[in-house]
Design a protein around this ligand. Structure first.
Ligand code: GAR
Length: 208
């Protein structure tokens, strides 16, 4: 591993298009290295993106554990073998418990398909349309114990258009997610953004 690159572990559950955008950004010079991709679902499509990029993959199948605590202990073991400076949730669809979240505090980020604090939880695109929102988008935030409530680092906005379907809106948001997530990971890798207490602290320039 190159010493000037932030070691990153990415957690996925599904198709992994955000993972792909991160891998592409790394290949294009983002100062991070994806050390491993871990999925809680054996069939996650995103595992193929990792393999294609030569990144080791692992499956920690939550259905094989009796309790959430046992699953998360195994997940923590799998992650920490790579000693990551940052753990990236990219469409990881399990709620993570307080012990896990505390263990990675300040180095665990998530992308959520809504302009938080609006529309935490699932089915965000349909809910935004039904609420008559003029704007929708995606948020990258530090993960804290309350689901989808951690300090927001950055957001991308898109208009909600007349006649939008949840699918059309989701596609418009996803395009922005693919730009937003690598950008924020770059800031963290360069030391320009960090979590202090419950606040996001931004530096104008990278340290050093
Ligand atoms: C993305 O839209 C991401 O924001 C969302 O799942 C999708 C994963 O797509 N995440 C959540 O809803 C987290 N609660 P991908 O697998 O193609 O990156």
């Amino acid at each position: 591993m190159k010493p000037d690159r932030l070691p990153v572990v990415v957690l996925i559950s599904g198709r992994g298009s955000n993972l792909k955008s991160i891998l592409d950004a790394v290949a294009a010079g983002l100062p991070a290295e994806v050390c491993a991709v871990i999925s809680n679902r054996p069939g996650a499509g995103g595992l193929a993106h990792a393999a294609a990029a030569g990144v080791p993959t692992e499956v920690v199948d939550h259905t094989r554990f009796a309790t959430r605590e046992a699953f998360e202990a195994a997940l923590t073991g799998a992650i920490d073998r790579h000693a990551p400076g940052l753990v990236v949730l990219a469409g990881f669809m399990r709620v993570l418990g307080p012990e896990f979240v505390r263990h990675y505090r300040g180095r665990l980020i998530n992308i959520h398909p809504a302009l938080l604090p609006a529309f935490p939880g699932l089915d965000t695109h349909r809910r935004a349309i039904e609420a008559g929102a003029a704007e929708h988008g995606a948020s990258v935030h530090f993960v804290t114990e309350e689901v989808d409530a951690g300090p927001v680092i950055h957001q991308a906005r898109v208009p909600v258009l007349p006649g939008d379907t949840p699918e059309a809106l989701a596609a418009r948001v996803l395009e922005q997610e693919h730009r937003l997530y690598p950008e924020v990971i770059g800031w963290i890798a360069e030391g320009r953004v960090r979590l202090e207490g419950d606040r996001v602290v931004r530096e104008k320039r990278a340290a050093g």
